[in-house]
Design a protein around this ligand. Structure first.
Ligand SMILES: Cc1cc2nc3c(=O)[nH]c(=O)nc-3n(C[C@H](O)[C@H](O)[C@H](O)COP(=O)(O)O)c2cc1C
Length: 171
């Protein structure tokens, strides 16, 4: 599978088989995050891998009790503590989490694994359950495992609704 194929075939997976993830696959996935680009390559992020069933159930509670989170063999919790704002006005912390996360989504596709990036959770609850230090922010929770289904297709805007050429044209 090449990168273009992975971009096209990837979908969010919200149903997982009760099958563990091989160590080497998990390593490859994490390695794709480690190798991702970042501002000054500060890499002020941490990836907490949650495999304990009780903890996963508590995390599912922080995500409105949605069960699929706890069904995944691994729940990755991405955190950062970078508070720097770049000259362009954008924050380094969340951007430097989003890129590794995106790389992992594509690597997972190559490895036959499924993931679902989650943002609709109570971060305070996640911090409490996992004893994440005060200075860290929780960026995302991501269940990872072998897919039990193929996900479902979702709409995208047309390219002409997203792209402008040269100066910003008025419609
Ligand atoms: C920042 C972010 C937050 C998301 N939060 C959630 C979430 O809380 N719950 C959920 O089911 N999916 C969540 N998703 C997954 C999106 O719903 C999904 O990417 C989108 O519907 C497109 O579908 P696809 O990933 O299958 O292409 C999130 C995705 C992103 C990038």
């Amino acid at each position: 599978m090449n990168v273009s194929e992975a971009i096209k075939s990837r979908r969010s997976i919200r149903s997982f088989l009760p099958k563990p993830i091989e160590e080497e696959k998990l390593f490859k996935l994490l390695e794709s995050a480690r190798l991702a680009p970042g501002a000054r390559v500060e890499q002020d992020f941490k990836m907490v891998l949650v495999t304990d069933d009780d903890l996963k159930n508590e995390l599912a509670f922080a995500y409105d009790g949605r069960k699929f989170l706890a069904e995944a063999p691994v729940v990755l919790v991405m955190c950062y503590n970078n508070k720097r704002i770049m000259l362009c006005g954008e924050p380094v912390g969340p951007i430097d989490c989003a890129i590794p996360m995106s790389f992992m989504l594509l690597e997972a596709e190559e490895l036959g694994l499924g993931m679902c990036w989650l943002g609709a959770f109570r971060a305070d609850e996640v911090k409490r359950v996992l004893e994440i230090p005060e200075e860290y922010k929780v960026f995302a929770m991501v269940p990872i495992g072998y897919p039990a289904d193929n996900g479902y297709p979702t709409k995208r805007k047309k390219i002409e609704d997203l792209v402008l050429y040269n100066k910003w044209q008025k419609k």
